[in-house]
Design a binder for this molecule. Structure first.
Ligand code: AHR
Length: 520
């Protein structure tokens, strides 16, 4: 166990109101230690790591964000007010749209102009339903403006053309006189939107055209060339990256695409056993351990993709963009299998909290990540049912963790015992610390052990500490969840189990809990 002293006698004075009941900081099975080097931060955690993904899939857009202007559900220009308000509370930094697999069959011109004249199409990927295109470019960018979030648009490479993508960029971003800018004005929008984040295709190794990496890299070069910068706006182009551990895809893109042409390369990683997806709610410790083990393995995958990137780009000019991540369970019984609707439990919240800690730690290379998918699909933050709206355990993680947005990552030295199960082991504790512009230190801590509390000793070095407060997310069971009948079973609460002893902050991390501490 590491020993250290928090500087300043002020500490003792100001902590005198705290109990001294958790003075043990030994290294037994239920104890861990963290040293935070508060004066040694170098990299900023981009707020875009806390980004989102929303696709034309199931009830994410239709029946989710979009209810239409005529709806009795309170809305602004057809977009639900309660969702906008809830996501604003998480300070949602960006939103990726329109897919996913849908992006590579989406033709943007079908989604502009008077809604009743927009052509319909079949959403072949997701349930074979008819898409009436009533939610298109203007509606999406209106949603982003209402939420005060950066749009991240994914263009169609699989079934589109260079011309189509190039015209979409012109339509959205050109300020002068041109066919596309004039069309935008005719459709009611005078000013360009100055969209920055631009995806050039999605999963082009699979649903986006089943291309080889070499072929896609060449396509990227063509498409990216004609997606122009207009005015002062710099388009940050993102190449469609690898599926989880496909390292050769990343290597080929890094080798074959001039780095000046791209802002980043994406990566998709779901914590799923594709041959045997489990239930989102009916699971025991076997499945709990398995999903967390899969979640933990993203660390290795990230590090291996980044090692390849380092080889070609030691200065880290090309970002890694984890633009789809999260849990993917079986759909809820009785729901359309093509709609990917799954419930969300404390286990999902654990996956979110761990993943965000891992992304923070790698913020030198990871500049954006997007959980799949904000509303009613996969690891959603929000469920809707007619006029009702529900916040999931995952929502609460994003709300707690927003303190890390654009904060300075602080080095953390963590010693954790293991969470042991059936002869297997995972580190019990995960932690990530940052310092915000106003000097406040935040540390997000996860105890994944479903049975054991952890006595955690935190040593903050290089900063004077005067007060500590915290919030906690936990629940009775690993599969506890929120429902429309019982919407607050898993909710945030004030965290009080902290004290100060032996020069260190002593925290009792309850079993299966997520805590964010605020240290001033
Ligand atoms: O998020 C659901 C789907 O998962 C996306 O459309 C696709 O990109 C990925 O395979």
């Amino acid at each position: 166990m590491k020993r250290s002293i928090i500087s300043g006698s002020l500490v003792l004075l100001l902590f005198c109101f705290l109990q001294l009941t958790h003075a043990q900081s030994g290294s037994g099975p239920g104890s861990a230690s963290i040293v935070i080097h508060a004066d040694m931060g170098k990299e900023v955690i981009s707020r875009h790591i806390y980004g989102h993904f929303s696709e034309h899939l199931g009830h994410c857009i239709y029946g989710g964000y979009w209810v239409g202007e005529e709806s009795g559900i309170p809305n602004t220009r057809g977009i639900r007010n309660d969702i906008v308000e809830a996501l604003r509370k998480t300070a949602i930094p960006n939103l990726r749209w329109p897919g996913g697999c849908f992006a590579d069959e989406y033709h943007w011109m079908d989604g502009i102009g008077p809604r009743d004249q927009r052509p319909k199409m079949v959403n072949t990927h997701w349930g074979g339903v008819t898409e009436d295109n009533s939610f298109g470019t203007h509606e999406f960018l209106d949603l982003c403006e209402q939420m005060n979030t950066e749009p991240y648009i994914c263009g169609n490479v699989g079934s589109g053309s260079v011309e189509e993508m190039s015209k979409w960029v012109e339509y959205i971003n050109f300020d002068g006189i041109s066919p596309m800018a004039d069309l935008r004005r005719a459709n009611g929008r005078e000013e360009p939107w100055n969209v920055k984040y631009w995806g050039v295709g999605n999963e082009n190794w699979g649903c986006g055209g089943h291309m080889s990496a070499e072929f896609y890299a060449d396509q990227f070069r063509r498409y990216a060339t004609y997606c122009r910068n207009y005015g002062d706006n710099r388009l940050l182009k993102i190449a469609g990256g690898a599926n989880s551990t496909d390292y050769s895809w990343t290597e080929t893109l890094m080798k074959n695409i001039p780095h000046s042409l791209m802002f980043g390369i994406s990566l998709h990683y779901y914590t799923t056993d594709w041959s045997n997806k489990g239930s989102a709610t009916e699971f025991g410790e076997d499945e709990y351990f398995d999903i967390l083990d899969r979640c933990l393995k993203i660390e290795d995958a990230l590090d291996r993709h980044m090692t390849i990137m380092d080889r070609y780009d030691p200065e880290k000019r090309v970002a890694l963009i984890v633009d789809e991540w999260g849990t993917w369970h079986q759909v809820e019984p009785g729901t359309n299998p093509g709609f990917l609707f799954q419930q969300n439990t404390l286990r999902d919240a654990m996956v979110a909290a761990l993943s965000l800690n891992y992304f923070n730690e790698r913020c030198e290379r990871i500049k954006m990540a997007n959980i799949a998918q904000t509303v009613n699909v996969l690891q959603a933050l929000i469920f809707t049912e007619e006029e009702k709206m529900l916040l999931t355990p995952t929502y609460h993680v994003f709300k707690m963790y927003k303190v890390h947005h654009d904060a300075l990552l602080l080095p953390v030295v963590l010693e954790s015992p293991d969470y042991e199960y059936n002869g297997m082991a995972l580190p019990m504790i995960s932690a990530s610390a940052s310092r915000s512009a106003d000097g406040i230190i935040h540390i997000s801590i996860v105890n994944i052990d479903p049975h054991q509390d952890n006595q955690l000793a935190i040593d903050v070095r290089g900063a004077d500490v005067s007060s500590v407060t915290g919030r906690i997310l936990t629940a009775e069971k690993i599969n506890s969840l929120n429902t429309f009948e019982d919407p607050d079973r898993v909710r945030l609460a004030e965290f009080k189990d902290l004290s100060f002893a032996r020069g260190m902050l002593q925290v009792t991390m309850p079993a299966k809990s997520i805590v964010v501490l605020e240290i001033e």
